[in-house]
Design a protein around this ligand. Structure first.
Ligand SMILES: Cc1cc2nc3c(=O)[nH]c(=O)nc-3n(C[C@H](O)[C@H](O)[C@H](O)COP(=O)(O)OP(=O)(O)OC[C@H]3O[C@@H](n4cnc5c(N)ncnc54)[C@H](O)[C@@H]3O)c2cc1C
Length: 221
């Protein structure tokens, strides 16, 4: 049965990860979702944007990873919420289902920034890890849950705006040669549009069928 009810959720915490990245944690209130789902979150004056659920489907809390967009109508407002505030959210929705409904086929995750959210939801829900995860961030401090991802599956981090001791300095697309390539594999790309398009084109050029390349764009550009 499709849930059409909008629900109210208490804010448990707004945890700053750095100056423009935060985790919004809400009471779950029994909301049912599938890893990969988004929910539209509403402001007090009824503006809304979709955000991907980052928590596991058995967690008692609902988590979102959000980048505050300077001048934005919704994300700065969400950053300023406090414990005890109430937020209205839509029923979960989506078609991006990392690692699901593909039988035994191997699969890979490729994310930029908060595009890691659906993959964290997958990680917290399912025991079967992807063959690899490529994860691009601007600064090392933006890499959410890198250690636990790295324990879960082979994870390569690309840090574009600073040099670090351990990670590739540059864009995540520089690491595409490290993807296992096989037409049986599924590839899940999430985050910045330019990355999603570039990865899709790169995979297609190497003979990966379109239906094995799954895409979710959070930010255009
Ligand atoms: C399916 C889906 C899932 C999403 N999930 C997440 C998520 O989990 N976490 C998350 O943080 N976001 C996510 N987003 C993005 C989110 O929905 C909003 O678009 C984002 O938070 C900005 O909304 P806003 O109201 O703050 O800014 P807006 O009022 O929409 O725009 C603010 C300003 O930012 C500018 N801008 C737009 N894109 C960019 C860019 N790429 N770089 C710089 N400036 C830009 C605009 O021109 C505008 O001036 C998702 C989007 C989609 C479509």
């Amino acid at each position: 049965m499709i849930n059409l009810e909008y629900t109210e959720h208490l804010v448990i915490t707004v945890k700053m990860i750095n100056s423009d990245l935060f985790e919004l944690v809400l009471e779950r209130n029994g909301l049912v979702f599938t890893p990969g789902d988004c929910a539209a979150i509403y402001t007090a004056d009824d503006k809304s944007r979709p955000y991907s659920i980052a928590s596991g489907s058995d967690e008692t809390e609902l988590r979102f990873l959000i980048r505050k967009m300077e001048g934005g109508e919704v994300s700065p407002w969400l950053k300023d919420r406090h414990p005890g505030d109430t937020l209205r959210i839509s029923p979960p929705f989506g078609w991006f289902r990392p690692g699901q409904d593909i039988g035994e086929a191997p699969f890979c995750f490729i994310a930029t920034g908060t595009g890691i959210a659906p993959f964290l939801s997958y990680q917290k829900t399912f025991k079967n890890p992807p063959a690899c995860c490529l994860y691009g961030v601007r600064h090392e401090a933006d890499a959410i849950a890198y250690a636990s991802l790295h324990n879960y599956c082979p994870t390569q981090l690309a840090v574009s705006r600073e040099e670090t001791a351990m990670h590739h300095h540059g864009r995540v697309t520089d690491l595409l040669d490290r993807l296992p390539l096989d037409p049986q594999n599924h590839y899940y790309c999430c985050g910045l549009e330019s990355m999603v398009n570039e990865v899709g084109a790169w995979l297609e050029e190497r003979g990966i069928p379109l239906m094995k390349i799954h895409r979710e764009v959070f930010f255009h550009g």
